[in-house]
Write a protein that binds this ligand. Sequence first.
Ligand code: FES
Ligand code: FES
Length: 154
Amino acid sequence: MSISLSINGEHHDLDAPGDMPLLWALREVAGLTGTKYGCGIGVCGACTVHLDGAAERSCLLPVGEVGARAVTTIEGLGGTGLHPVQQAWVAADIPQCGYCQPGFVMQVADLLANNPGLGDDEIVAAVSNVCRCGTYPRMRGAIAEARAAMTAKS
Ligand code: FES
Ligand code: FES
């Protein structure tokens, strides 16, 4: 079965069954391995991507249900450069093993872009992703940095 998707601004025809989770279609069919598999049950957030700019856990979403919504993965988040959240993450040297980090970046990028009224504490509370390395303390400052950069750009 061929499924047409817009991924990171490009058209893809993916040879995948409609009930395949979007996560596996991205990783195994489209070859975009930046999106990670963690729990597979919608809890950890390692698989977070954007659909029309909103964060979504791709492990639970059948690829056949994506439809015309634009998929953005960590590979395409910043376009030709790094997104402000990625820049802030690098500057704060947040990752340890790094496995969970694409999901965090995608989740925080959505929250900052689509909920400008949320304060830093509310952003932190709204991120339910899991980091087994315990990198949470460094994220707080990075969220503030990313917010400042995104506000300056808008
Ligand atoms: S792999 Fe999707 S939420 Fe954990
Ligand atoms: S950096 Fe290792 S799980 Fe988060």
